[in-house]
Each structure stands twice: as structure tokens, then as C-alpha cells.
Design a protein around this ligand. Sequence first.
Ligand SMILES: Cc1cc2nc3c(=O)[nH]c(=O)nc-3n(C[C@H](O)[C@H](O)[C@H](O)COP(=O)(O)OP(=O)(O)OC[C@H]3O[C@@H](n4cnc5c(N)ncnc54)[C@H](O)[C@@H]3O)c2cc1C
Length: 390
Amino acid sequence: MIDCLIVGAGPAGSTMAKEMASRGFSVVVVEKRQEIGAPKRCAEGITKHGLKKLGIEIHPLGISGKIKGAMLYAPSGKKVVMEGTEMDGYVLERKVFEKDLASQAIKSGAKYMIKTQAIKMRKEGNSWVVSVNGIDGEQEIKTRIVIGADGVESKVGKWAGLKTANRITDYHSGIQFEMAGVNADEKYIHLFFGRDVAPLGYAWIFPKAFSANVGLGILEKAAKMRSYEYLKKFIKDHPEFFKEAQPIEINGGGVPVAHFTSMVSDGVMLVGDAAQLVNPIHGGGILRAMHSSIIASDVAEKALKEGNTSKERLMEYEKKWDEEYGEKTKKLMKLRRFLEKLEDKDFELLADMLEGEDIYELTQAKYRFLIKKLIRKPSLIGLAKKYLMD
Ligand SMILES: Cc1cc2nc3c(=O)[nH]c(=O)nc-3n(C[C@H](O)[C@H](O)[C@H](O)COP(=O)(O)OP(=O)(O)OC[C@H]3O[C@@H](n4cnc5c(N)ncnc54)[C@H](O)[C@@H]3O)c2cc1C
């Protein structure tokens, strides 16, 4: 019998493992992949101030690029630059970053089982018995709490009886090459918008030490072809960046851009992508995944000490998350619905409006300044009223 079984050793799982083990609880992490952090399903961007806010320090080897801002490209190629201390950030080397997080958890006392997949779980009194299948064969682990840190394809929530199936329109389909030989200003991440570039999403270049992540996320219902075809087209359409470039890795994955599931059940907590916690505007989820685990640990600690791991007790985690992110996420969803309605010509107008503004604010749901500008544009006032002003 252990205190806490964590399914998945991504940023959410390893943060939870470190937090719980360092508070003296017995912790086991099962990770189905043979290597923690690989293959990555991520463009690896993260802000410095986000890390600082969470008190998370990363090993220098986990940092592959240093960024001072973002360049946004409208469909015509018009460029808007975003800079400022809040834009300072890193492009990580996730294969190292995630191993660093796991190593910190192990130093705190957590036990890791790699190439070991959780396959089912059943309730036994107030505990859970989780069946895992790994290189050492199948075994059962009895635990007081199960943490679902199993990412976008999470099964733990479903096994615990939670409704976790998101609407298909709330998943972005992401595809990416890591490429060598990309010719892009390495102090910036580069983001490209347009219906023909990445329908209802965006394309990106995130420069790294000697390569760059080049990818895009699209909403499939608005797409005329597969995301892979859009990526090839994007690369072909931009010889100024990719004339000499060659892929050295290919990655893909889904991004759950709308949080809707319940995050707890009796003896079960979902963290990170398993609870669909990414920022619905830019799809970034690493920081939110780690933050959810920090909040969840505070509640799990109290619940375990009190001997009450019921859903009602664990709901404090969901409540705290909502206090921190609920209102903001609702506003970001509105902004997303607004942006999804824009045609390419509207993106050009938007690029003009955003010039010289603190665009970072938009990703934090502070868009009053944008509304003031939109209501002066007859072609956009209707959309602004419908989606942003109620
Ligand atoms: C193309 C793309 C680009 C992205 N770019 C960015 C970015 O630049 N910045 C950013 O902040 N976010 C980005 N994201 C989102 C980010 O990758 C996720 O939000 C983040 O990884 C969530 O962390 P997590 O620990 O919740 O889940 P994950 O990192 O997905 O980890 C889940 C882990 O659980 C394991 N697992 C699953 N099921 C089981 C099982 N049954 N048993 C055992 N183990 C299991 C998986 O193998 C995996 O290791 C991107 C996502 C995609 C798809």
C-alpha cells in the first residue's frame, strides 16, 4: 500500500511526484514510455516569469534557446513584434528538462517505473488498486490516491468514472518538424496566422541551439487537408527561412484547448493535460501542468493526513484551480471564439491594431484595449459585440 500512485512522468507527473515525496509520502510514478521526455510532443516554449512565479528552477542543460520576444506574421507577411520582460523565455530541451524534473522527484524520495503502463484500476474500500504492465511483467499497486498525469490521452479520469471526452472541436491537431538549417532570428519565436497557413490555429518557428521547432496546430473541422500537408506547404512557402533546412525529428500530438472535465473523483485527481488545462489561446500547457500539480499536492497532503480522500475533500483542488484560472480561462475562450471567426483580411486589420500594444496582455485575457479599437472598425464591431462584450 502506497500513498500516491502517479500515472505519467511528464511535467505534471514529475512535479506532483517531487511535491508529494518531499512532504514524506510514499510515491510511485509509472511511465509507459521507455524514455522520460522522448519523443517530445511540444514546441518547448516557456516564459521565465511563469517559471519564477511557480518557484521552479530548471537545469541549464534543459535550456536550448533564449528568447526575448515573439514576431507575429499576418497572412500578408506584415510583422508585429512582441517584446517585454514577460516575453523573456526559453525554448527547452524537453528530453533533458523532463529527466531533470524526474531526477528532482527521485532525489526527494519518489520511485519511478519506466516502460510501465497503467492498464486499469479498481476500487477496494477507500483505496484504488491499479494494474500496471511493464518490463517486469504485470503487477498490482494499491494506493490511497491516484494522480492522473497521463496527458491528453488520459485514461485515469475515464477509469474513475469522470466524463473526460472533450468535443472534437476543442482539440487542436499539432504537427512539427525539428529542423536543422533554419534561417530565423533566434532571439524570437515566430508565429504565423491565416486560414491557408493553419486554419483556426497558427504555425510557429521556435529556434533552438542548433535547430528549430517548426510546426503548426489546426482545428481539423476547418481544414481542407491534413495538418502534415499544411506543414509541408508552410515550409515550401517560406524559402527565406527554410531554403537550407532539413527535418531531424518529427513530432505530433493533440492539444486540449478547452478545459471542461471535472478534476477529481474519490481518491483520484487529474493534473495537467489530463484535466485539459492548457491556455486556450496559445495552447501552452507546461506551466499550467506544473501549477496544477503544485495546487493538487497541497490538497492531497491535507486529505491524506486527515484520512479523507473522498471526492468532496479533493474538490478543494478544483475550487482553488477555478479561483486562480476560472475567470481568465472563460475570457480566453471568448477571445478564441472571436479569433476563430476572423477571415484573413481581418487578421491584417488586427495586425495594424496590435502594433505597439502589449500583446502579451491578450494571452492573459486582458483585452479591453482591443475592444476599444475594435468598436471603431465597422467590419469587426459585430463580432466584437457578440463574442467579447457580453
Ligand atoms: C505540437 C505541440 C506543441 C506544444 N508546444 C508547447 C509549448 O511550446 N509550450 C507549452 O507550454 N506547451 C506546449 N504544448 C503543450 C504541452 O506539451 C503540454 O501541455 C504538456 O506536455 C502537458 O504536460 P503533462 O505532464 O500534463 O502531459 P504530458 O507531457 O503529455 O505527459 C503525460 C505522460 O503520461 C504518460 N502516460 C500516458 N498514459 C499512460 C499510462 N496509461 N501509463 C503510464 N504512463 C502514461 C505519457 O507517456 C507521458 O509521458 C504543445 C503541445 C503539442 C502537441
